[in-house]
Design a protein around this ligand. Structure first.
Ligand code: PLP
Length: 311
C-alpha cells in the first residue's frame, strides 16, 4: 500500500508547449521542462550555487565574454570548480540556443555545489555540477511598462548584507527580493528596490538602478551585482560624453531625480517613472534614458560586442 498522496500528474506536453527551450544536464540536451536537478544538490537545498545569464538578440550573443568571465570568477570565489572548460561551456550555451532555434533567447549557465556520494556535510566532498538552458527572451518590464516607465517601490526590506553574501557573486539568495516584491505589490507597485543597512538604495530583483540629475548619471558603487548592463550603460555614457559616477543614492534622492532607469540583461536600459508615490520628471521616460536605451540596442549589431550563433 502506498502512502504517496494522489497528486495531479504534471502535464509535461502542455508545459513544453507553454515554455519552449533546451537544457543541458548530465551531459545531454533535453526540452527545458524535462530537465530535472537531483533533489540532493546543495544548489537546491542550500542555494549553494552561482549562475549567469547572457542574452541572444537577432541570433547573436551580447557580450558573451563578459558573462562567461563573471561566471568563472563567481565560481572561483565560491570555491566551485566548473566541471567543463570555458570553450566547452560556450559551445554548450550555443548548442542550447541552436537546438531551440530561437533568435532571441535568455540563456542561463549554473554551477552548483552538487553533493558527495555519502551526502557528507563537508562542502569540499561535493562533486560540483554544471547546468545550462535557453529560454525565450525574458523582460523585467513588459511592453506597456517599457513604453510608459516602470512603477517601483523602495521596500523596507533590507538587502542581505554584502558582508554575509557577496552580491558581486551572482547568486540565488532571493528571499529578500521576493519579500520586497510582495511588499511592492501590496503598495500598488510593479517591482521593487531594496535598501542597505544605511538606508541607501541597492538594486532590484534582476536589475541595477541609476538616477539622472542635471544631466549626470549616478549608480551605487557597491553592495550590488556589478551588472554587465550597468557596465554597458557606463560605457555608453562615456561614449556620449555624459558624466557618470558611482555614488550612494538615498530613497529621497531617487524620488527627486530628473530621470530614473534600471539596467538588466533581461531588457537592457528601461525607464522608471514612478518611485513610491513620487512621479519622476514629467511621468514619461526621460530623454537621456531613451538615448541610452536606443544606443544599447544599436550595439547589438556590433561584431565587437556580439557572437553569432551558428544555427
Ligand atoms: C541582483 C541583480 N542585480 C543586477 C542584475 C543585472 O545584471 P546584468 O546587467 O548583468 O543582467 C541582475 C541580473 O540578473 C541581478 O540578479
Amino acid at each position: 500500500m502506498s502512502y504517496a498522496p494522489d497528486l495531479e500528474p504534471v502535464d509535461a506536453k502542455a508545459e513544453r508547449a507553454a515554455l519552449p527551450g533546451i537544457a543541458y544536464i548530465d551531459g545531454a540536451y533535453c526540452p527545458v521542462t524535462e530537465a530535472k536537478i537531483p533533489v540532493l544538490d546543495w544548489g537546491f537545498l542550500r542555494s549553494d550555487a552561482t549562475y549567469d545569464v547572457v542574452h541572444v538578440w537577432d541570433g547573436r550573443f551580447f557580450r558573451l565574454d563578459k558573462h562567461v568571465a563573471r561566471f568563472m570568477n563567481s565560481a572561483a570565489r565560491l570555491r566551485l570548480k566548473v566541471p567543463v572548460e570555458e570553450d566547452a561551456l560556450r559551445a554548450i550555451l550555443a548548442e542550447c540556443v541552436r537546438r531551440s532555434g530561437m533568435r532571441e533567447a535568455y540563456v542561463e549557465m549554473v554551477c552548483t555545489r552538487g553533493f558527495s556520494p555519502t551526502f557528507a556535510r563537508d562542502p569540499r566532498a561535493a562533486v560540483n555540477r554544471f547546468y545550462a538552458f535557453s529560454l525565450p527572451f525574458s523582460w523585467v518590464a513588459d511592453a506597456e511598462q517599457r513604453e510608459r516607465g516602470l512603477h517601483l517601490v523602495v521596500s523596507s526590506v533590507r538587502r542581505i548584507p554584502a558582508e554575509a553574501v557577496d552580491p558581486t557573486v551572482k547568486n540565488y539568495h532571493w528571499l529578500d527580493f521576493v519579500s520586497g516584491l510582495f511588499d511592492a505589490y501590496d503598495r500598488g507597485g510593479e517591482n521593487t528596490i531594496l535598501i542597505d543597512a544605511r538606508g541607501d538604495i541597492t538594486e532590484g530583483p534582476g536589475f541595477n538602478v541609476f538616477t539622472v540629475v542635471g544631466g549626470a548619471v549616478t549608480t551605487p558603487p557597491s553592495g550590488v551585482l556589478e551588472g554587465i548592463t550597468r557596465q554597458t550603460a557606463l560605457e555608453l555614457c562615456a561614449e556620449l560624453g555624459v558624466a557618470a559616477r558611482l555614488r550612494a543614492i538615498s530613497p529621497e534622492a531617487l524620488r527627486a531625480a530628473d530621470e530614473v532607469f534600471i539596467t538588466s540583461t533581461a531588457g537592457g536600459i528601461m525607464a522608471a517613472t514612478r518611485i513610491d508615490d513620487a512621479t519622476i520628471g514629467d511621468g514619461r521616460p526621460g530623454p537621456l534614458t531613451k538615448r541610452l536605451a536606443a544606443l544599447y540596442w544599436d550595439k547589438h549589431r556590433e561584431p565587437a560586442w556580439t557572437t553569432a550563433v551558428a544555427y
